[in-house]
Structure formats: C-alpha cells, structure tokens
Design a protein around this ligand. Sequence first.
Ligand code: ZN
Ligand code: ZN
Length: 173
Amino acid sequence: MSFLIDISDVCNVTDAEKSFQGSLSLKPIEMGDRQIDLPQAVAVAGTVRNVGNGILVSGEIDVKLWLECSRCLSKYDTDVAVRFKELFLFGDEQKETGRELLSVKGNMIDLGSVIEQLIASEIPFKPLCRSDCAGICAVCGRNKNKFPHDCQEGSIDIRMAKLKDYFKKSQEG
Ligand SMILES: [Zn+2]
Ligand SMILES: [Zn+2]
C-alpha cells in the first residue's frame, strides 16, 4: 500500500519544509499464524524537510489495532501512536536502513512501507486486554474477568486425584 507525499515545493530548496497529513487504509497484518485487523484507517501527519542530500520525514502515525488477549482470548481494540523520523535520499544517494532502501522518486516519496513496518513493530507478542487480566479459569474454562470466581474446590479435587494416583502407583510399584 503506498502513501505518497508530494515534495515538489521543497525538493529544490535546502531547509525548505512543509507539513502533510492524510490517512491510509491497510489490509490486516499477518503475524505468523495471527492476523491483526485494523478497524479504522491509519492517520498519518508530520513534516517533510529538505536536508540537502535528501528529505527528512518526521511525524506520527495513529492507529487502532484489533487484538486478541493472549490470556483470556477476548477481542479488544487499542490505540497506538508511533513517532517516526526517516530520511529519503535524493537520486542515487540511497541508504541501507536495515529495512529497505528509501529514496525520493521524482517529486514524490512513498511512506507506505515505512508505515506498515512501524505498525507491525508495535503489535505486542503477547497482547493483554488489560495488565491485570485474570484470564480463563483452568478448572471450569470460564472467563475470570467476566465471572470473577474461585474454583479452588475443583483444583483441590484435581490435586487430590493426582495424589491418589501417586499413592496407587507407589503401592503397585
Ligand atoms: Zn484478557
Ligand atoms: Zn472456574
């Protein structure tokens, strides 16, 4: 997906600067076996500045992510703001950024792949709907956030069963 910024106003004058803003609708992001949905268009705003050998783009990406909690498996959305600063080089003065070569193409720069990679890097490896998510009860399988409860008796029964098993085995052995 491309996000083009017209830099014709600034590309011939060193230190010239202009602001930009826009939005970008992205497809769901594939992360291993997970698929992260973006329920809204991504908002992008910032400035482009001619720094002599290229165009320095800085700004902020605001995105809403639709995630699945790794503890209780419920879906939730979360707002993420990502600050960025990237240099797009003029002509052949391309730079290895570790992500890919960024360069000015004609009077345009394309921020699309930068935006996608920045968003992907913000997706938590183990998302949590809230930091103190109580998760799913290991005994009865109910969501402990929605049904705060204590299955202590159940877990004691399980422990007792294991203990009985143990004694049974040690008698047999
Ligand atoms: Zn949760
Ligand atoms: Zn339970």
